[in-house]
Design a protein around this ligand. Structure first.
Ligand code: CA
Length: 300
């Protein structure tokens, strides 16, 4: 029964071998077989007669193993039924074994293949899905003045706009993702307390990310030759899902935004955090980071 192991992966390895005892007549080492073959193939009864094993095999759809043993006047020939296909997708789903495919499993005769949702391509391992970076591949349709941000399964066109001037507070764009406050009049306390910098961050995230996870770090940078702040305070100051996050100091110079409740996509979430710098208990400046999180529809 060693032949069983020769079967291609993807076929059942049991109940698909039939053995036949054939009346055989041997004349001068030539096998002349008079076969009355009855087999059950895929629930169907096949009956045929012949004297040529190859032709029989062809007609019956059986696979001869070329393993013909003869003993005196009898020959035993093993045949393999074209085995019933194993639906790996179903089997593995039931067994709860490590997933065959990251996304969709498609059963095909004798095998299976994986497929990925739109916006992803099948990775080289034939199993994983890899996001297509529309921004890098110039597959996006973002208009001028907007920036392409790659996300899981798609992309977003973003426009990081500085706040409109209000009172004596106004901002200028210093980079595609940063606004800086223009110098305040000496006597304006409210201007001094307005954010000195506003930065924009766009994070693509998979669905149902394991928590807690650090999503973002914010650190202070002192100008060369000037003393930096001696203390920092961090907080969450805005956003539409504040309960999902915690902002805390991680070391003297850094604060981190931690996701504490996993997010189910697809959805877009905004969270705004700030960092206030103090020197000898006196307020120096405030910096704001506006973080937009694009949660993918999938866990990849
Ligand atoms: Ca993408």
């Amino acid at each position: 029964m060693k032949e069983l192991q020769k079967q291609p992966i993807g076929y059942k390895k049991k109940l698909n071998v039939i053995s036949l005892i054939l009346s055989a007549f041997f004349f001068k080492k030539k096998i002349s077989v008079n076969v009355h073959l009855i087999s059950v193939r895929m629930g169907e009864r096949v009956s045929m007669e012949g004297n040529n094993t190859d032709a029989l095999a062809q007609r019956s759809g059986l696979v001869p193993t070329a393993n013909i043993k003869h003993r005196q006047k009898y020959a035993r020939i093993f045949f393999f039924l074209p085995a019933a296909d194993v639906n790996e997708c179903k089997v593995y789903k039931l067994e709860g074994a490590s997933r065959l495919c990251m996304h969709t499993c498609i059963n095909i005769p004798g095998s299976y293949r994986c497929s990925c949702p739109s916006g992803y391509r099948l990775f080289g391992d034939g199993k994983s899905c890899e996001d297509i970076d529309e921004c890098v591949l110039s597959l996006h349709n973002c208009s001028t003045g907007t920036m392409c941000v790659n996300t899981g399964g798609g992309f977003q066109c973003v426009n990081s706009e500085c706040p409109k001037p209000s009172g004596n507070v106004s901002y200028v764009k210093t980079s595609p993702f940063q606004c800086e406050r223009t110098p305040c009049p000496m006597d304006s306390r409210s201007c001094h307390y307005a954010p000195k910098t506003i930065s924009f961050h766009y994070l693509p995230l998979p669905s149902n990310l394991v928590t807690p996870t650090v999503l973002f770090r914010m650190a202070t940078a002192s100008a060369p030759g000037r003393p930096g702040p001696d203390s920092l305070r961090f907080g969450i100051v805005g956003g539409n899902s504040r309960g999902h996050f915690v902002m805390q100091r991680s070391d003297r110079q850094t604060g981190e935004l931690i996701l504490v409740q996993s997010l189910q996509g697809p959805q877009t979430i905004q969270v705004e955090v700030d960092m206030s710098e103090y020197l000898g208990r006196s307020f120096q400046a405030k910096h704001v980071s506006k973080i937009t999180i694009f949660v993918s529809a999938y866990e990849f």
